[in-house]
Design a protein around this ligand. Structure first.
Ligand code: EPZ
Length: 418
């Protein structure tokens, strides 16, 4: 399996373009199942999860391919209603196939997604919503079999937690349902708004995306669309933090600063010089940063997907800071790996107590999940000597051309094919 080797100590300088959002492109790809028409999606990143989803769509019957950053989904006819284990186990977001297939076919069999490194990640909120819309659900031989022979009926659905995936699945299911659906306590992430923009381009009638109450008036049919995916706000935050950690000076282009207010506020509070305009962010280290506590929350709060990267930053800032994780129940797997590099961190329940050290020293480390991997790369950029990072297939799921982009900014980073 490939490894990444980083020799730390180089400051990041220069300019680099961010890619399209993985977490926006994935639900939009599944939305192509809602129409037999052609669809074209631009600014799609080259990632393992995108390839997995394209393979999935082809298996279901929506012929789809990707050339550079453009995904084209062809006209389709018969769709298959079964999502097999070997596809679902690769990517939890595969559960987003449920909404569109229920809407189109009135039935879907999806292999149980299984847990993942960052927690059990059940789908009870998704399934409760489908039941409220008239579906019946059976668990059999590791598959969730959902039926709605008479089609789905719109209704009020109140989420116990503002789940991103559940909000996306209900949007994908309700656009072709009979009557009106209201999602109460909906997730407000920019990726939800991007999906709603696509569905409205297809002819759906959605209001309130990006707020806690989303209203969807069902329609009979949806048509094809062309859409350019929003910028990846988590990739952008990762490179901003990398610049801070290496005391660099970097311009990030093709970004949407308005999606990153919570992260920018915290970085500025810590003392980083940040200037933003429409789709550019200039980040410059101008002197020692201050320790700043974070608590992850649903959007527009501090994103859980930036928690590990923030922790890596605080490991090298003099003073004490606290990181509290409120969204996932087990998202501290990067702590023990950061400790191997010399970080002074202690876990206490949902919080982590960090005491900044003057430097980290390189060592072999292992990636447990996508964003933990990002934190290890960032720490390796600063650690003295060589840091060898294994299980980087996690990174390939969410960061396009990671080592190329960091090399362009001056990092000494290589991928070793094994
Ligand atoms: C999306 O995951 C993102 N993935 C995650 O990004 C992100 O961390 C997460 O939202 C939160 O922002 C994609 O968009 C593909 P949730 P999702 O449903 O939809 C619990 C990355 O690094 N929950 O909002 O799975 C769940 O266990 C990935 O790019 C239930 O209990 O997140 C978790 O604790 C990682 N029951 C919390 O809610 C449910 O039915 C948040 O889950 C659904 C969720």
């Amino acid at each position: 399996m490939d490894k990444i080797v980083v020799c730390g100590g180089e400051k990041l300088n220069g300019s680099v373009s961010m890619s399209g959002s993985k977490n926006s492109a994935l639900p939009i790809l599944f939305a192509t199942l809602l129409t037999d028409d052609k669809c074209k999606i631009k600014n799609v990143p080259e990632l393992a999860d995108i390839k997995t989803t394209i393979d999935f769509l082809n298996f279901i019957g929506k012929k789809t391919d990707k050339k550079e950053d453009i995904v084209s989904a062809a006209e389709s006819s018969v769709l298959n209603h079964i999502a097999p284990y070997d596809l679902v186990r690769k990517m939890r977001a595969s559960v987003l196939v449920m909404g569109p297939l229920l809407a189109r076919l009135g039935k879907v069999d999806v292999s149980l997604p299984g847990g993942c490194a960052i927690g059990a990640r059940p789908i009870d909120i998704h399934l409760e919503a489908f039941k409220k819309m008239g579906a019946s659900i059976e668990l059999k031989e590791g598959y969730i079999k959902i039926f709605a022979e008479k089609g789905l009926t719109g209704t009020d659905i109140e989420f116990r937690f503002a789940s991103v995936g559940a909000t996306e699945n209900v949007l994908l299911a309700s656009v072709l349902a009979k009557g009106t659906t209201r999602i109460i306590n909906a997730a407000k992430e920019p990726e939800i708004q991007d999906l709603a923009d696509v569905l409205n381009k297809m002819g759906a009638k959605i209001k309130g995306a990006g707020t806690a109450i989303i209203t969807i008036d069902g329609v009979k049919k949806l048509s094809g669309f062309m859409h350019s995916v929003i910028a990846d706000r988590i990739e952008t935050a990762t490179y901003m933090i990398a610049t801070a950690m290496t005391k660099g000076n970097v311009t990030l282009t093709n970004v949407q600063p308005e999606h990153l207010k919570a992260v920018i506020d915290k970085l500025q509070e810590s003392g980083l010089d940040i200037k933003t305009n429409k789709n550019e962010i200039k980040v410059k280290w101008t002197g020692p940063l201050k320790p700043v506590n974070i608590k992850t929350e649903i959007y527009p709060g501090f994103p859980t997907d930036v928690q590990a990267q923030w922790m890596a930053l605080m490991c090298l800032v003099t003073g004490n800071s606290i990181v509290e994780e409120t969204v996932f129940e087990n998202r501290f797997l990067h702590v023990c790996e950061l400790q191997r590099l010399g970080a002074d961190i202690k876990i206490d329940g949902k919080s982590v107590y960090i005491s900044g050290v003057d430097n980290l020293s390189g060592a072999p480390v292992m990636v447990s999940d996508l964003r933990a991997g990002a934190a290890l790369v960032l720490a390796g950029l600063c650690a003295s000597g060589k840091t060898e990072i294994s299980r980087i297939y996690h990174l390939d799921r969410g960061y396009e051309s990671l080592e190329k982009k960091f090399s362009m900014l001056g990092a000494n980073i290589k991928r070793i094919k094994e």
